[in-house]
Design a protein around this ligand. Structure first.
Ligand code: CAA
Length: 258
């Protein structure tokens, strides 16, 4: 792996854990951190040995308190555009399943980063929000769109128009958080889930992710076609033969990622 200064990367069997590592700034997402994150995710995405990526934040207080306000305060629109915001597009294109382990504040870009993940685990003290309106701006990394698609118009409007934070427990009820657990158990519980995802047939996992995400980008008809083509495509993999044969022989499948 390349050398990174704002994130930490750890591998546990087929799971990679990326820790956003600017705890003194509550892991605020400056351009360098987001660029490093995009590069690390792309590296891990190309690595056959990794079947799931966990994102979490260093320290006990925050996953990420948003984009770095001190860095952004005097930027022009052009500097924002070419300065690093394209890293978010790179993160959006990662094929490997990603699980967020939200260990505290997930605000602004932190909430948006959580929503770039495919499953969201959170600790009991975690709080989510899009406070950009209080800074005279609006979410810029997908917050208005991804929240609206998950929570619907009215909850999203309240969050985006007031900037108020919402607890993980409340968001669990609203379908944005998968599971809320005590902070001390967050990483263990997230890793249990990540190991389960990482033990599936890798090509099937990638195409499952692609198919579900298509539901947010396409009409139902187009989405159904993407799903069906991906389903048929999997009949070309050795893992599909192995998975079905293992079922018939009443044994555990041994997937090879081919
Ligand atoms: N950017 C830069 N620095 C930040 C930061 C951020 N988003 N969030 C926190 N920090 C820094 C603080 O400035 C402080 O540094 P100093 O000690 O040098 O002053 C340090 O982290 C600790 O923060 P606080 O003292 O504020 O901690 P707190 O417990 O009193 O409050 C908080 C915690 C409620 C999260 C508060 O820090 C806060 O409101 N942060 C900003 C949240 C925010 O507005 N995020 C949206 C950013 S815009 C965005 O994300 C755009 C987008 O769509 C991509």
């Amino acid at each position: 792996m390349a050398e990174y200064t704002s994130i930490l990367i750890e591998r546990k069997e087929r799971v990679a854990i990326i820790t956003l590592n600017r705890p003194r700034e509550l892991n605020a997402l400056n351009f360098q951190l987001v660029a490093e994150l995009a590069s690390a995710l792309e590296e891990l995405d190309r690595d056959d040995a990794i079947g799931c990526i966990v994102l979490t934040g260093a320290g006990e207080k925050a996953f990420a308190a948003g984009a770095d306000i001190k860095e952004m305060a005097d930027k022009t629109p052009i500097e924002m555009m070419i300065g690093g915001f394209e890293s978010w597009e790179r993160i959006r294109k990662i094929h490997t399943p990603m699980i967020a382990a939200i260990n505290g504040y997930a605000l602004g870009g932190g909430c948006e980063l959580a929503m770039h993940c495919d499953i969201i685990m959170a600790s009991e003290n975690a709080r989510f929000g899009q406070p950009e309106i209080q800074l005279g701006v609006i979410p810029g990394a997908g917050g208005t769109q991804r929240l609206a698609r998950t929570l619907g118009k009215y909850r999203t409007m309240e969050m985006v128009l007031t900037g108020a934070t919402i607890s993980a427990k409340e968001l669990e009820g609203l379908g944005l958080v998968n599971h809320v657990v005590p902070q001390a158990e967050l990483l263990t519980e997230t890793l249990k889930l990540a190991n389960k995802v990482a033990s599936q047939a890798p090509v099937a996992a990638r195409l499952a992710k692609e198919s579900v995400l298509a539901a947010f980008d396409t009409s139902l008809q187009e989405g159904l076609e993407i799903e069906r083509k991906n389903f048929f495509l999997l009949f070309s993999t050795e893992d599909m033969r192995e998975g079905m044969q293992a079922f018939i022989e009443k044994r555990k499948a041994n997937f090879q990622g081919k």
